[in-house]
Design a protein around this ligand. Structure first.
Ligand SMILES: [Zn+2]
Length: 410
């Protein structure tokens, strides 16, 4: 719905509604101007959908930009913006926002309600192969939307229709030399796309930091922390103080647009939780890169806690290929991570966590052996990228989790 300023003042109360904030308004990247308004005035603009192209109403930039020679330098921000583009339905988002108790406004963006997602044909096929045997393309597509793109499972309710489409060059990014590219067009339930604006209790000021670089990275951290607090899948790519966010538009009067103003306290960044780490998702390049670089060692001697020494490389050419890794890890009580099982991936703490630069053991999973393939272990951390599957077994042996007699050669 659209609100009048008076209605917004009544919702927020005069203390918050009449408070003045500054931000930038941009017709495009080259014409950015500072706007200073009361929160009620700003919210009435940010909750009214204009009919037209997504850029029809211009954009908000969270920060006020420097007017000196150094164009594009953010000086101050009074608002944080968050995009939810994989999230649950609009009513569930509103319910979640109410529960947080912060004054904010939210609006659906131009692509709200989209029912089609294009995925490069080769990518979806690689994903289907990765999931293993006997899965239909439609089932693989549903899981791609949820597990790789991070959409709410409701998007795949009732099944996903898959159709092969050849896109011609103007419609795609100009990165390939070819003139057409094959994609699978996935047709699914409408996707909710929402933008939320939270006014801050205290402004973020670039001058509070020794270097602009630190100010910017702290701003980005604030957005990540806010996203973590909101607890819904959010778009991490718009975390710069000078990101452009289109104001609310709707392509025509037929579509559905939603907006809301919610009462609450002003957001105090000091009360935000630390940012949750990014969840690692499958990527076709990642899989290929690993497959190529992870060469099997010729000899890999591992000594277990009983002092037994043996060659993992030799073991892998025999019984090791069909090793019941999952059973062994469960039997040994290996530490799992919060995502214990998804998509046939069984998440454990990476046994090579000692090599990870951030010291975290998540982002590691194993796949049990299938009819035609061996078991696999994958770790998303850079320091594990070039490791063969056997390195992880070696680490479990060296750390005393697995033993030759109890697990590998029993
Ligand atoms: Zn690792």
């Amino acid at each position: 719905m659209a609100y009048t300023e008076q209605q917004i003042l009544e919702i927020l109360g005069p203390d918050i509604g009449n408070r003045t904030i500054s931000y930038s308004w941009a017709r495009n990247l080259h014409s950015v101007s500072t706007q200073t308004r009361t929160i009620a005035e700003a919210f009435s603009i940010w909750t009214k959908h204009a009919v037209g192209a997504k850029s029809a109403a211009g954009s908000i930039v969270p920060a006020v930009m420097s007017t000196s020679k150094r164009q594009g330098v953010a000086v101050e921000a009074n608002v944080l913006l968050l995009d939810l583009d994989r999230g649950p339905s609009w009513p569930r988002i509103v319910e979640r926002l109410r529960g947080l108790g912060w004054a904010c406004c939210a609006y659906t963006t131009a692509s709200h309600g989209a029912t089609a997602t294009d995925v490069l044909a080769a990518t979806l096929e690689a994903w289907k192969d990765h999931l293993g045997d006997a899965l239909s393309l439609g089932a693989a597509a549903s899981r791609y939307l949820i597990e790789v793109l991070g959409h709410d499972p409701a998007v795949a309710l009732g099944g996903v229709r898959v159709e092969k489409v050849a896109l011609t060059k103007p419609a795609i990014e100009r990165k390939a030399r070819q003139t057409t590219v094959e994609v699978y067009r996935l047709t699914h339930r409408p996707i909710t796309k929402v933008r939320i604006v939270f006014p801050l209790e205290k402004p973020w000021l670039a001058k509070n930091y020794d270097e602009y670089r630190l100010a910017k990275s702290d701003f980005s951290d604030l957005v990540m922390r806010l996203g973590t607090a909101v607890g819904l899948e959010f778009d991490r790519s718009c975390s710069n103080p000078n990101s452009l966010f289109f104001l609310p538009t709707i392509p025509d009067n037929k579509g559905r647009a939603e907006s809301i103003v919610l009462a609450g306290k002003l957001l105090d960044p000091a009360g935000l939780p630390p940012a949750a780490p990014r969840t690692w998702r499958w990527h076709p390049d990642g899989a290929r890169k690993r497959a190529k670089s992870r060469e099997m060692p010729a000899v890999l001697i591992a000594t277990d806690r009983d002092g037994k020494e043996d060659d993992l490389a030799e073991w892998f050419t025999g019984p090791g290929r069909r090793f019941a890794l999952l059973d062994a890890l469960e039997d040994a009580g290996a530490e799992t991570t919060e995502r214990a099982e998804s998509a046939g991936h069984h998440h454990f703490q990476c046994p090579r966590v000692g090599y990870h630069t951030n010291g975290r053991g998540d982002g590691f999973f194993v796949e049990p052996a299938g009819i035609k393939k061996s078991w696999h272990a994958y770790c998303c951390h850079d320091s594990c990228q070039d490791e063969h599957d056997l390195s992880f077994i070696a680490a479990w042996i060296e750390s005393g989790v697995l033993t030759w007699a109890d697990h590998l050669r029993k």
